[in-house]
Write a protein that binds this ligand. Structure first.
Ligand code: HPA
Ligand code: ZN
Length: 326
């Protein structure tokens, strides 16, 4: 339809994408075969059938298990290249890609293997599609502060090629405050900071991400809307929220897409953006996310253009590059 092509044609940045979450079942099978690994699924359909989640933890268990097929630098390269192909087709001009090194180093895969595979794919995407990218190293919040520090130390040789650190995995019971010192250390090294907050966790976790971690963006942030003072503050400070509609639906943050708060966020002055989070697991890439909320909430082209514009403004590109995209 007209609206579909309008959405695909909108230049956009993707700011909330876990590269491990872009592992499609077909590639999972191909990598399992290439690496001689047995996987607990009989077919691609069988894998897709397992992707029915009632909450974040249900998803995380399957997502960490799926990542086991990623073993070599070539695997990480192929995974990332597959994402870029889909992103380019969706009108993505710039992507800020999260990766979870601890998911791999815990299995004996070297940090170097992971990041060099990602970096070679990033260079190719820029050469082949003009698609620029940045990397965001995420700490798994269910692991300890000491393990996060260890991961930051492993990243040291690549810090000039890592733009930010983030915080993901099981939110409830692992408040931002747990990572105050490692985020301060990352900030001292010149890294930008993001954190998942207010996806399942309470508004208090968003407050902590702002006041204790001093983040530059909030990932998700949906539950901020429960706190009027917090909502006003986020709007006043121009804080970017990286919202993920299909993720919200699949992880039961909302019951129906018709209930998605994206347009209320815009009305309240929040700098919301649309992102895919874990597209292979949640049923769609970034343009699918725009289409899903556009249909369910009757978004106007002006609102969709605002969301796309917000994605460049909220990116970690330098101001001249942001202006060039607007
Ligand atoms: N939330 C927390 N951790 C994650 C997510 C998410 O949406 N996706 C991948 N890791
Ligand atoms: Zn996420």
């Amino acid at each position: 339809t007209d609206l579909d092509s309008f959405i695909a044609g909108l230049p956009k940045a993707e700011l909330h994408l876990h590269i491990e979450g872009s592992l499609e079942p077909e590639l999972m099978f191909a990598l399992a075969k290439r690496n001689g690994i047995a996987i607990p699924y009989a077919s691609v359909e069988d894998v897709r059938a397992a992707y029915a989640f009632s909450n974040l933890q249900d998803f995380l268990d399957i997502y960490y298990a799926g990542a086991d097929v990623l073993r070599t630098r070539q695997d990480f390269h192929d995974l990332t290249t597959a994402y870029f192909e889909r992103a380019a087709a969706d009108g993505v001009r710039h992507a800020e890609i999260m990766f979870d090194p601890q998911t791999h180093t815990a299995r004996g895969i070297a940090f170097e293997t992971v990041i060099e595979g990602l970096l070679s794919a990033c260079a190719e995407a820029e050469a082949n599609h003009g698609l620029t990218s940045r990397l965001i190293l995420c700490f798994l919040r269910h692991l300890s502060e000491a393990q996060a520090f260890e991961t930051l130390a492993q990243a040291e040789p690549w810090l000039d090629r890592i733009t930010a650190v983030g915080l993901d995995s099981s939110e409830i019971g692992h408040p931002p405050e747990k990572f105050a010192r490692v985020f301060a250390a990352a900030r001292d090294k010149g890294l930008k900071l993001v954190a998942h907050a207010g996806e399942e966790g309470p508004p208090a976790y968003v407050h902590e991400a702002l006041d204790i971690l001093h983040v530059d963006r909030i990932d998700h942030g949906n539950r901020s809307l429960e706190d009027v003072a917090l909502t006003d503050r986020l709007a006043r400070e121009g804080m970017t929220l990286t919202v993920c509609p299909l993720s919200n639906l699949k992880l039961c943050v909302i019951d129906r897409m018709e209930d998605h708060p994206i347009d209320r966020m815009l009305e309240q002055g929040l700098h919301a953006t649309i992102n895919s989070d874990d597209p292979a697991y949640f049923g769609g890439y970034v343009a699918d996310n725009y289409r899903a909320v556009a249909a369910a909430r009757g978004l106007t082209r002006a609102q969709l253009a605002t969301l796309a514009r917000n994605s460049f403004i909220g990116s970690f590109l330098p101001p001249d590059a942001v202006s060039a995209h607007l």
